[in-house]
Design a protein around this ligand. Structure first.
Ligand code: AMP
Length: 421
């Protein structure tokens, strides 16, 4: 009988890997607690309506990516493709909102999207995220971004970019939608088929297109930041001010709109060059209309989600890079051709390490010259200093430049410190 494989785009997390997951989850929980966020766990599946109404009909997630099915009772059920809509459902249902107070929640769990699997893109993946609910003020936008940055810092990720944009309030966003549709209509023939279809369903999303022809057109599109009204500008300015006060660097990206329907005002995304094509490892924004959309009271909120697989990919790459750097740490290898010359080798190593302050290895396994040089290649050392009978007799070393084929030279030991290395 044939062996059954896991479903395409899903992965087992093996015992060898699980410690990394535990560690990351532990750090995420700790950072969340430091900001006063409490965990909320919702079921893995919801009524499909939570996402069609919450995430929005015009989005890729709802149109193409949901795992939806009729259960045996004939009800349409969906494996959650994201958490925010389900959190809002749970907050409304369980009365977690308090008047004049903020509800701060975080989550860790798995999510399901029928996407084409590739590096960093799975059909079952994991997210950590946080939501700050019931504040319309920019300080809550800044708070969730600070929380995300704290986690990134705690994980030791330094090489990343925070992209920031504002979609403005609902009026500004609607105005911009019209301006954008007008602009795109006049370029409609040149747009990709996918973007043509989005013109009516989700025109803002065209700004996010990765298609080169679309990009050529959208770089000339009207800037969303020019459509913001005063209230929206003030909100965005304040967010930027608070981020700067928190020592957080960001880049304004007017083309960043994010895929979902529910965002207004601030949107943001974290990008890493370690990830390749799927370079976003987290993102979020403000969603002031979602509560109403799901039948609740008008409640402003803001939040973000980070992909755990992508965070782990970045950490793996950093680790690899550190190993590479470690390798680079060795500049010189001292090569005694026999144990007779070990004392000279030690004397030379001492000069290299302490006077030149270069890193250096001396073989302690009495290996042949050839295998010592091979070891030097493994460490990618710059120079080998060879000590054989002739060298010992003249109190000198033979210098072999390991990076390129250059003729070897001889140098007196006392002159080693005078040479430019
Ligand atoms: P989104 O809800 O699409 O903004 O996703 C938030 C984060 O979840 C992204 O930045 C990714 O890190 C991660 N993510 C989204 N979709 C996937 C996927 N199919 N596979 C792995 N990670 C994903």
């Amino acid at each position: 009988m044939s062996v059954i494989q896991a479903v395409r785009g899903t992965k087992d997390i093996l015992p060898d890997e699980i410690l990394k997951w535990h560690k990351l989850e532990e750090i995420a929980r700790k950072v969340s607690a430091n900001y006063g966020y409490k965990e909320l766990r919702t079921p893995i599946f919801e009524k499909t309506e939570v996402f069609t109404r919450g995430v929005g009909d015009g989005t890729d997630i709802v149109n193409k990516e949901m795992y939806s099915f009729l259960d045996r009772g004939g009800e349409s059920i969906t494996l959650r493709p994201e958490q925010t809509a389900a959190i809002v459902r749970a907050v409304i249902q369980n009365n977690l909102l308090k008047e004049n107070s903020t509800t701060r929640l975080y989550y860790i769990g798995q999510y399901f999207r029928y996407e084409r699997p590739q590096k960093g893109r799975l059909r079952e993946f994991h997210q950590y995220g946080a939501e700050c609910i019931n504040s319309p003020y920019p300080e809550s936008d800044a708070e969730v971004i600070c929380l995300a940055v704290s986690l990134i810092n705690k994980l030791g990720i330094t090489d990343y970019k925070l992209r920031l944009n504002s979609l403005g309030n609902e009026i500004s966003r609607a105005n911009y939608r019209n301006v954008l549709i007008n602009f795109l209509e006049s370029n409609k023939e040149k747009l990709s088929e996918e973007s043509k279809a989005r013109l009516t369903t989700n025109p803002l999303r065209i700004l996010d297109s990765k298609n080169p022809i679309d990009i050529e057109i959208t770089t000339k599109a009207p800037n969303i930041l020019d459509s913001l009204d005063n209230e929206s500008i003030e909100h965005f300015d304040e967010v930027k001010k608070l981020l700067t006060a928190s020592d957080i660097n960001y880049e304004i990206s007017p083309n960043l709109v994010r895929g979902l329907d529910y965002y207004s005002h601030t949107v943001f995304e974290f990008q890493s060059t370690y990830l390749g094509a799927q370079d976003a490892f987290g993102g979020g924004g403000r969603y002031n209309s979602l509560f109403k959309e799901l039948g609740g009271k008008d409640t402003p909120a803001v939040g973000f989600a980070m992909g755990i697989e992508r965070l782990l990919l970045i950490l793996e790459q950093i680790e690899q890079q550190e190993m590479e750097n470690l390798k680079d740490l060795i500049d010189v290898i001292i090569v005694p051709t026999s144990e007779k010359h070990l004392d000279t080798a030690m004397r030379v190593a001492n000069i290299v390490r302490n006077k030149l302050e270069l890193s250096c290895l001396v073989d302690v396994n009495r290996r042949s010259m050839k295998s010592q040089l091979r070891e030097g290649n493994k460490w990618e050392v710059m120079w080998a200093l060879i000590i054989g009978d002739d060298e010992a007799a003249t109190d000198s070393v033979t210098v072999k430049y390991m990076m390129e084929k250059i003729e070897q030279s001889s140098i007196k030991i006392e002159d080693i410190v005078k040479q430019n290395w």
